[in-house]
Design a binder for this molecule. Structure first.
Ligand code: JHZ
Length: 392
């Protein structure tokens, strides 16, 4: 069968955006990289993705700023996921694409399963190597697939928040289907387009996220390869994701739940149009809130220097005049400036004497709220823009 061809028609134009994980020093302001961020749709395959992409080497390198292990809740999530997927680990190896600092490799190790990580961002890969994990610090390519297969049989390939980053998605799935063969499984979880549309969580759209997945799109790419999604489940991480299970059509019969989710994926063009309108509304209401707080002389800061917050601040034009600083627990982000708007980032210890904190890390709300009792008790209030801008 002919491999699938994807042609994205522009739908939502966000204007110029910086690289979301490129935290800057003052000296780097003048050389900052911007691109036109436009979301597109292909009616033939239901692909939703970025019309203009940033070369991967600009985003994933030896000074990558996102460390998965910064959230306790995510550590628990990956441990529970490994336990759940244990039956798929079979007698072969597990391969994790985008293994970052080894948060999940650690879980496999504890379960006594051999797992190999593939992680092109050398600095985060080094953290996991230093913990004794087997990691190939490269992008996933046919050569890397050969290298893995030379080390042993693969039962399970897993990827969390990485598959949507890969521009050559068809070639990527070709590598993965070769790794798992007719018997193995590929399980991946990424932000689900239906959640983004429902929650107006437009801040999931940024340079690293080349694709916004639906089941319909994944099946369109897999079909010519002889594979399909045979199971899926909705999970709450990162604001709502669909975990999909991929296997060969002859060996993995489709479970009814897949049909149930597919049935919800109707009128994607209509949902994109609604998203476009809601994003504009969201910006207006958010700016009203922040401008009112400024007039009232309230002290506001940002909480969590996330990739997502880079989109909210740049798209809405929220600079240090509205949010003077952002706190974050990640050492490599501290002392740097937020991409595009150049808001200073400070350690979380400096989260004090604040009336309102904008949750750039809204997806970790439960964990954050539970850890910031003092802020709450002192009368502090959270601001969020998901699903609509409001003070919590
Ligand atoms: P968080 C990144 O997105 C990039 P980001 C990537 N493209 C992706 O898909 C997701 O991750 C998975 C800080 N924090 O997880 C730590 C606190 O300061 O929402 C992080 O910098 N205090 C790979 O960046 C940030 O917030 C806290 O109490 O949008 C969270 O980033 C907690 C819990 C976090 O991912």
């Amino acid at each position: 069968m002919e491999p699938v061809k994807i042609k994205l028609n522009p739908i939502i134009d966000f204007g110029k955006m910086p690289i979301a994980n490129a935290f800057l020093t003052k000296e780097q302001f003048k050389d900052e990289f911007f691109y036109d961020m436009v979301l597109g749709y292909d009616p033939a395959t239901h692909a939703i993705g970025l019309v203009n992409t940033v070369p991967p080497e600009h985003m994933f390198h030896d000074h990558y700023a996102f460390f998965s292990g910064t959230s306790r809740a995510m550590q628990r999530h990956f441990r529970e996921t490994a336990e759940k997927l244990l039956p798929y680990a079979g007698k072969g190896m597990v391969v994790e694409i985008g293994s970052n600092d080894g948060i999940m490799l650690e879980a496999w190790k504890e379960l006594g399963v051999r797992a190999i990580g593939v992680e092109p961002s050398a600095n985060v890969a080094d953290v996991s190597k230093s913990r004794g994990h087997e990691v190939i610090a490269k992008f996933m390519t046919p050569e890397v697939a050969d290298e893995i297969l030379s080390r042993g049989k693969v039962s399970l390939v897993f990827g969390a928040n990485v598959s949507c980053h890969i521009e050559g998605f068809r070639e990527y799935l070709e590598c993965i289907t070769r790794l798992i063969g007719r018997e193995g499984a590929f399980v991946f979880e990424d932000p689900y387009f239906m959640d983004i549309a429902e929650k107006t969580s437009y801040d999931q759209i940024y340079d690293e996220h080349v694709w916004y997945f639906t089941l319909s799109f994944i099946n369109a790419v897999l079909d010519p390869l002889g594979f399909h999604v045979f199971d899926c489940e909705h999970i709450e991480t990162h604001g709502g994701e669909l975990r999909m299970y991929v296997g060969h059509k002859d060996t993995h019969p489709v479970k009814p739940v897949v049909g149930e989710w597919l049935a919800k994926e109707t009128d994607i063009p209509g949902k994109l149009e609604l998203l476009k309108t809601n994003i504009i509304k969201s910006k207006i209401v958010l700016l009203e809130i922040l401008n009112r707080l400024k007039k009232e002389g309230k002290r506001v800061c940002g909480f969590g220097a996330t990739s997502k917050g880079v989109i909210v601040t740049n798209y809405c034009g929220i600079g240090p005049e509205l949010i003077p600083f952002i706190t974050d627990t990640t050492p490599v982000k501290q002392g740097k400036y937020y991409p595009g708007v150049h808001t200073p980032i400070v350690p979380q210890e400096e989260f004090k004497n604040v009336d309102y904190a904008f949750l750039f890390a809204w997806n970790h709300f439960k964990e954050i709220d539970a850890s910031q009792d003092r802020f709450r008790k002192a009368g502090g209030r959270w601001i969020t823009h998901v699903p609509t801008p409001r003070i919590i």
